[in-house]
Design a protein around this ligand. Sequence first.
Ligand code: ADP
Length: 269
Amino acid sequence: MSPDRVTAPGETGPGHAGIVLRLRGVSVAYGNRLALDGVDLTVRRGERVALVGPSGAGKSTLLGLGNGTVVPTQGRLDVLGVEPRALSPGALRTLRARIGSVHQQLHLVGPLPVVHNVNAGRLGSWGRLRAVRSLVRPLQVDEARTALERVGIGPDLHVRTDRLSGGEQQRVALARLLVQDPELVLADEPVASLDPARAEDVMRLLCGLLEQPTGHRRTLVVSLHDFDLAVRHCDRVIALRGGRVVLDVPVEEVDEGTRARIYDLAPGP
Ligand code: ADP
């Protein structure tokens, strides 16, 4: 089945400057199961892209390609202008430091003070020695405090993280993302376990963090179960089904029938 539209807005512009993520004929197989099947996709700097589609459609696999935890079985993948599988381990680490990941599970270390969990956002750029030093005596405390203020909490930086409420812990995870200062944010069902009001709140916060003081915007690719949330917060919707892109449109082109087309399309082969 061919997608309604696969050309990213602006892809035909001069050169490929500003392309953050590019897949050309990318397939990913787990044994004999195809999780992604010949995907062509381009994401440009500053876009907010929602990945939607039923469970098992390949959304997490696509996000895994972006952060280097999944490698293509076939095809060409470029992330922030480089091909991850061609990189040395050191260069791959540098690339990963430029990419932020947000998950449903927050991956915070509960018994550690908040400041360490926020500073964990720097581990990719700090190096081991600095990270260990910071565990003994926290470094860049002011920046951690500023990040926490930006996400709307100002708790004692030295309180155990697991003493905070679930909502506050969610904000600590976002503060960690902020100090990492990634160019590309990949979020895998970040609000799936939240009630609608909290989900809206976290999406608003996450999208707010994409805006940089320079006026530039970080790029977001986020998988979402909630189609309305995708339309409200993103500027492009990509639907996957059976490992293929079946729809790729700007949100302005989303209409009443789009949801039905995404979720009621005939099953892929
Ligand atoms: P989604 O995020 O849309 O639910 P996934 O990318 O998680 O989809 O999965 C796509 C397909 O790949 C599914 O059929 C899933 O069962 C399969 N899959 C995903 N990860 C693995 C894995 N590690 N091993 C085997 N199969 C996997």
